[in-house]
Every structure is written in structure tokens, then in C-alpha cells.
Write a protein that binds this ligand. Sequence first.
Ligand code: GLU
Length: 386
Amino acid sequence: MHKRKKIVVKIGSSLLAHSENLTLRYAFMNGLMSDFAQLQKDGYDIILTSSGSVALGLNMVGKRPDEAGILDKQAAAACGQPLLMNAYRQIASEHNMDVAQILVTAEDMEVRRRFLNIKNTMTRLFESGILPVINENDSIATHDLRVGDNDRLSAKVAQMVEADLLIILTSVDGLYDRDPSEADAEFIHEVEDVSSHLESTTGISELGSGGMLTKMQAANMAQHAGVETLIANGIIERPVSSLLNNERRHTRCLVTGKTASPLQIWLGNRLQVAGTLVIPNAVATSVAAGECGIGRQDVLSIQGSFTKGDVLHVYDEDGREVARGLTNFSSEEVMLMARHIDMAVEEVIGYKTRSDIIGSENVLVLADNHLQIDAPDQDQKMVIPV
Ligand code: GLU
């Protein structure tokens, strides 16, 4: 028997809700479910990352998308999610398919045990031929620790299940070299280096929280995990199988270069970062080139209170974030070791150990990793020069 292929499909709010009255687009959902039913028979396990809860719940809380604040959206998500799942359940059953719901927060993906529970639940659902529908649990996710948009959530899911493919369906055909409403905008069929396309990707659809930028970031995350991403229009019959059969145009983001290790993927996905180190520009260049880790002589200042094993942001002197990495020491130890550079490590901290603050094997260089979280505003944290 052939191994079943795993595909993560991401559907944006603009495909699920009519923009004028924020009601469900049944015809679209029906086409999608009919396509999924056939694909399941053809040997694919599909995971649907579906937005729409906020858009579909806004009517109930009496708000339009442009006037809704965070609380309104959290309440709307609580109203819209059951509407969405009810529609999926009904439509799927017409195609002899069952659906299941998994709501996650960014933190759930970071705590190893919860991460494994989500993964194992999905595996078990596949065994019974059930379609998992995933969304962020917007009603309980705290603002600063949210994945925030389902493009990146879908990439995290693709990393988690080691998917064969990530498909992001949206309301445009794919990526253009500039705003597609400009007359000479050119369609981009294939993307190797996501970084070179980040500038042409501003613009957000009215209903979703993403835009082409978050799609490119998602593609970049997937790329590092060795997963190819297809970005395509969803408003078409057989939206997924037509792509698998290469019947229509789309943007394909290739997997290039080295696939990141599970540790690097985990480092890149961290939302909770415990502290910061500032290092000289010359050292930053070597770290970025993958030539070294960070020694105690390299620390110019530190921020935050952290313990061994926490993830640190590493900045150069001009405030550019260069890397993230796992620290071998607590903040107090780093401070002491950096201040007393002429003393042996053992004398300063009381035990014998290696002296790298962050070993080169525990560093994720950010040059070509467009992470899903912005670095914290440096000025807002207390800086302690060593
Ligand atoms: N989780 C949000 C929702 O269900 C969607 C986020 C997004 O649009 O990417 O409405």
C-alpha cells in the first residue's frame, strides 16, 4: 500500500464569509468538501486550517470588521466558531465525511507535551478518516502571545505533522511582483528565495488578518521545515485537486537549501523569549555566517531575567536582531562572567563548565528566517550594560 500523503490546506476568511453581510459562503464550502472527500479516497490525509470564526461571529456582537476591537473579535470568535463548525459538519456529512475541531493557541504549540497531544490527536483522527479542522482559539489567546493569523498557524501545523505540502487558498491567484491592481503587475509562478519577495507583499484583505506578507512568512517557515507551499485562488471548482493536477496557475514556493533541524524550527517558533544579549557588530557578522556561537567576552549588555535553557534574542550594536539561541547560563551568571572576564569561569560562578553563553549548535541565524513574531521593542526593556 502507498503511504498516504499529508496536505495542510488553509482557507482564509474572505473565502468563507460574504464581505457585504458576513454570512457563510455555502457554495464554496460545498465545493471544498466535495474535493476533500475525493482526495481522501485517493490517499490523502487532509488537515484544514480554517479562519472565519471572527468574520462570521461579528453580526452577533453587532460590529463591522473595521470597527471591531480586540474584545469584540474575541467574543465574535466564540460566536462564529460553532457556526463555522456546524456548517462544515453538515456539508461534510453530505459527502460522507466526518469533521473534528481542534482549537489551539501559540502556547499550546510550544509546550512539548501539548504539542505532542495535538499531533497524536491528528494522527488518531486520520486513522478514522476524519478531517481535522484547526483554528486559533482567539477567545482565549492573549494579545502578545498569538500566532495572529492562520497563514502562519497553517505553516506551524505543516511543520508539526511533517506535511508533504501546504496549500494556502485565498482570493487572488497567487503572488505578483507588485500590487496586482497595477497595470503591469507580473504574476510570479515560482519562488525560491522568499526574502526577495517580502517587499512586494503589503496589502491585507478586508476580512482576514493576513495578506501576502504573512503568506510569504508562512511559506518561509514551511520551506525551512522542508515543506513546499502553493498559494492559489480558492474560488474555483475542485480548488485543491486542480492544483495537485497542475491544472491552473498558482505560486509555488520551493524548498531550497538546507532543511532546518527540529531544534532550529522550535527556536524559530518560540513566542516567549526570555531575554536579550547585545554583541559587537563584528561578532554578529561571524554569528550570522554560522562561524561561531556567543562567548562571554562578546556580551556588551543583557536584558531580562532568564535561566539556563531559555531562548535569548541576540542583537548587534545597531539594534538589529541577528540570531536566537539557547543560553547555557542564567542572567546572573552571564552578568558575572561578562563582568569578570579576567577570572576563570569556575571562580566566577562556582562550578566548572564550558564558557560559551550560546553554543554555535544552539543558534538560529535570522538572516533568511522570517519569523512569525516580531522582536520586542528594545527600548522598552531595561538594558544592563555589563
Ligand atoms: N483565527 C481567525 C478567525 O477564525 C482568523 C485569523 C486569520 O484571518 O488569519 O477568524
